[in-house]
Design a protein around this ligand. Structure first.
Ligand SMILES: [Ca+2]
Ligand SMILES: [Ca+2]
Length: 388
């Protein structure tokens, strides 16, 4: 499917219908696609605004206060976002964007950081709560197709027991054949019951939904990066390059990111030293001092996903579209994810390219997606209050 590449995505919806032991790819929707404005949007909690200054106001470049611990100041500037590579139509067109300065976490949020949040607030993640049948109204033709026994707390993991003989990669959603919904999987039990975080304080937190990530960000006084902020930061001041460090994926035979070597999903060679997630700061940072902007975990962004957003996005601080639309699953709202993960390989998603876009159901966490936080430079007072 590379020729007409649109990334698949991550949602628990189809996995719940198909059962807990993996599934076949769902049939493509035959319903006329509609721009999705689903229930999840209506009940979205208030989020910190993405500021859109007057077009003629000066760009925020100078750091307006002390650098918060564990973050980097990204001075405002202009960059070329997206690509014109015909293999990746949702990255087109490459276009100039202005971004005001912001602070961003050096690393993906770690288990230790997320634990601090949970201990301070008592927060319970989406994966730790049993999904309700009504959560899926509008996403599937008949919510009664979801077996009652599947409506239990859990999250999406790799299904290493998939049958390679039955993989049918000619379907755009074939990837659902190698995911599975695991009862009891959560950020504290990333592989399901019996697994824990012993020795994993510096690993990035996983199985966090978009809503969980935003709750954490609000607690720290920030928000998720917009897709523009994320890509601007990931490029590290470089122009038109494929990866945060240049155009050579593994210069001098060294791996600069944690991805998948070998044919996905059959052979995970681990040549970069990791078959799963790596502790943060295991690979070199980019020129802005940011780690794992390519690979390790997918990272949630603030924006709703629409494949053609770049054809109409504003040129300064684009906040993302007001509604979601994923043509592959038009009735499931999707938020953007960026950067690729340890599951990304040359023969599948190539999501570790700096312009690559992915999307996920905001209520679905997975074993290979996390996030990092942004504090807009225009909200210095909040930053001061959150510094500790
Ligand atoms: Ca790896
Ligand atoms: Ca990452």
């Amino acid at each position: 499917m590379r020729a007409s590449y649109l990334p698949s995505s991550f949602t628990i919806t189809w996995l719940l219908i198909a059962g807990l032991a993996g599934c076949g790819a769902p049939a493509a929707s035959t319903t006329e696609p509609a721009v999705t404005s689903a229930t999840a949007i209506d009940k979205e909690p208030a989020t910190p605004a993405v500021t859109t200054p007057a077009a003629d106001s000066p760009l925020l470049v100078q750091e307006p206060g002390p650098t918060p611990a564990g973050m980097r100041w990204i001075p405002g500037g202009q960059f070329v976002m997206g690509s014109d590579d015909p293999k990746f139509p949702d990255e087109a067109p490459a276009h100039e964007v202005l971004v005001d300065g912001f602070w961003i976490d050096e690393t993906e949020v770690t288990n230790a950081q997320f634990r601090e949040f949970v201990e301070a607030t008592g927060y319970v993640t989406v994966a730790e709560k049993a999904p309700k049948r009504e959560d899926f109204i509008g996403q599937v033709d008949d919510v009664n197709l979801i077996p009652e026994e599947n409506l239990v707390a859990g999250s999406i993991c790799f299904n290493s027991g998939f049958d390679p003989k039955t993989l049918t990669k000619d379907h755009p959603l074939w990837i659902y054949q190698v995911w599975q919904y695991v009862k009891g999987a959560s950020w504290q039990h990333p592989g399901g019951p019996g697994t824990n975080l012993d020795g994993k304080d510096q690993y990035p937190v996983v199985h966090v939904s978009w809503e969980d990530a935003m709750a954490y960000c609000r607690w720290r006084g920030g928000r998720l990066p917009t897709e523009a902020e994320w890509e601007y930061a990931a490029r590290g001041g470089r122009t038109g390059e494929e990866y945060p460090w240049g155009n050579d994926r593994n210069p001098e035979e060294t791996w600069r990111n944690n991805i998948w070597q070998g044919e996905f999903p059959l052979e995970n060679q681990g040549k970069d030293g990791y078959q799963g997630a790596a502790p943060v700061k295991s690979f070199p940072p980019n020129d802005y001092g940011l780690y794992d902007m390519s690979g390790n975990l997918w990272e949630w962004c603030y924006d709703w996903y629409q494949p053609d957003y770049y054809t109409q996005s504003p040129s300064r601080n684009p906040p993302g579209p007001v509604k979601s639309y994923d043509p592959l699953e038009p009735h499931i709202p999707k938020r953007v994810q960026r950067g690729g993960s340890f599951m990304c390989s040359d023969n599948y998603c190539i999501g570790y390219r700096v312009a690559a876009r992915m999307k996920g159901d905001p209520l679905s966490g997975t074993f290979h997606a996390g996030f990092r936080l942004v504090m807009p430079g225009t909200s210095v007072t909040r930053v001061t209050a959150a510094s500790r």
